[in-house]
Design a protein around this ligand. Sequence first.
Ligand SMILES: N[C@@H](CCC(=O)N[C@@H](CS)C(=O)NCC(=O)O)C(=O)O
Length: 292
Amino acid sequence: MSATPEYTPPRVWKWDRESGGAFASINRPIAGSTHDKDLPVGKHPLQLYSLGTPNGVKVTVLLEELLALGHAGAEYDAWLINIMEGAQFSSGFVDANPNSKIPALMDHSVDPPIRVFESGAILFYLAEKFGAFLPTEPRARIECLNWVFWQMASTPFLGGGFGHFYAYAPVKIEYAIDRFAMEVKRQLDVLDRNLAEREYMIGDTYTIADMAIWPWYGAVVTNEAYQAAEFLEAHTYGHLARWAELIGGRETVRRGRMVNGVFGGPEDQLIERHDASDFETRTRDKLGEIDK
Ligand SMILES: N[C@@H](CCC(=O)N[C@@H](CS)C(=O)NCC(=O)O)C(=O)O
């Protein structure tokens, strides 16, 4: 193993400099808002405040799936929260999510509106509200929730652990990359073994478990996450790759991925969504010009 940088932690940690890694400018050790600004509210019952990252995409895929099933009550406005500019620290966003992370949902179909934060909670809330993509039969229902909770608990090792140290940290630390590559490969194997037996995560039925897991682990096998497919030998997880292609081929998933999208080419991006017709009439705004 190569030498690790020398560092002796002081007795008390102080926030006196940026860490230097990607996204370091938005990291802070205190919660709460940094500025007063209300969230915009559009015309639909559901108001989503998000960004087209994997955590955001889970929710927009579910909303597009619900609309495709004919649930008109799932119509939504999707507002862009530019986390690189600190929009997650506005007073309005903090009221919707005290944890200052996208996605956050406000349900205005009830008075006063209900706030929902944490993407897994949003998936559960919407699936329950519309009675879709979450089975009612107890065995299937808890199996679905098993996998949703699995994703919420496991992915920080993929994103905050592996992705951070492999792709974003200002120094490559072998110990950290080894530790998290080991865990991520184990997680990929967990998924691969499950999908060897089942078409979708819980069996024959497509559910919020697939929607939760696909934007993260599907992106690993298609090399969209951290360009680490070769490093992690993603091609060896054939059942996972088969499933990733199956989910990625859905028209609703294509649409959900575009909403609040800031990755890929202009054709992949719908910066804000206020109407189904926006998919056809979208224009590419510059991220920096939004949410000023
Ligand atoms: N567990 C949360 C994680 C959400 C999350 O990490 N969101 C990131 C973008 S993917 C974010 O808003 N980061 C802004 C920040 O850390 O300030 C969820 O699933 O909703």
